[in-house]
Ligand binder design. Sequence first.
Ligand code: F6P
Length: 322
Amino acid sequence: MKKIAVFTSGGDSPGMNACIRAVVRTAIYHKIEVYGIRRGYEGMIEGDIQLMDSRSVANIIQRGGTILKTARSKEFMTPEGRKKAAKNLKKLGIEGLVCIGGNGSFTGALKLYEEFGIRCIGAPGTIDNDLYGTDYTIGFDTAVNTALDAIDRIRDTADSHNRTFFVEVMGRDAGFIALQVALSGGAEAVFVPEVVNRKDWIDQLFSKKRRKKSFSIVIVAEGEEEGGAMVLAQKVKEKYPDIDPRVTILGHIQRGGTPSSSDRVLATRMGSAAVESLLAGETNKAVGIINEKICLTPFEEAIFKRKDIPEDLLRLIKILNV
Ligand code: F6P
């Protein structure tokens, strides 16, 4: 393999730039030409592809977002779109790809291999940490710390007013951010998509005899079953009108910002391992780090297997709220 390309796809996450830097410099170290594809599969279809060198990734390790930009491409989901993309790659002699992204991005890469034989290794980049085959994904640690910083501030005002706050964090399908933030932020309770059919939660948390604290913080993952923090707060207010809860939705601030040291190291290790795996002849696998060791998981598993939420952390939240 003499030429490879790197791209970011799907939602951005802090640490993607550190990963791009590692891909480019590892490729150059191994005397391989490396191209950058802008705006993910959109740029692949449009031929927005440029040769990169060591300097093109200078001074980006500390930057959030992605210098290659990102997109979710509808056209790539069609056979015609993929045909255009493959043609552009072949024209430049690109034989292998490093895809930094999540489930949807890996699904696209798998199709490209099945239809055109273009090899790909994935690096899991998403703040949600919901990819099977790695303990942590690129961006999760930073997103959690950003949310935690906000929650610590909310705590001050909650305490001053003896108020209940419902704080909504990202996580359309998974509660990893919510759980981590709830535990480290000393929350009263956490609502995650993985736990369904919660009965009597309002009374369990807010009945007069249960109210032990002067204020409470409840963390809600956006994808939880009842519809998010606004809905939960409204239900509490209807049942207990003496409680006047406030809602804060943290939203996209969790996706931006300077990556933490852990995310920079994780992204660097994954980016470098992705290139070396391609050179070793691997394809259709996602790089991961499990128990501090680099490993590879077939795309099919990374895409379809569900990563379980740590039950012991859920239990700890209950224990710590005696
Ligand atoms: O990257 C995943 C995620 O952070 C989800 O938790 C969230 O629902 C989604 O991105 C929102 O992304 P966008 O606004 O880019 O569609």
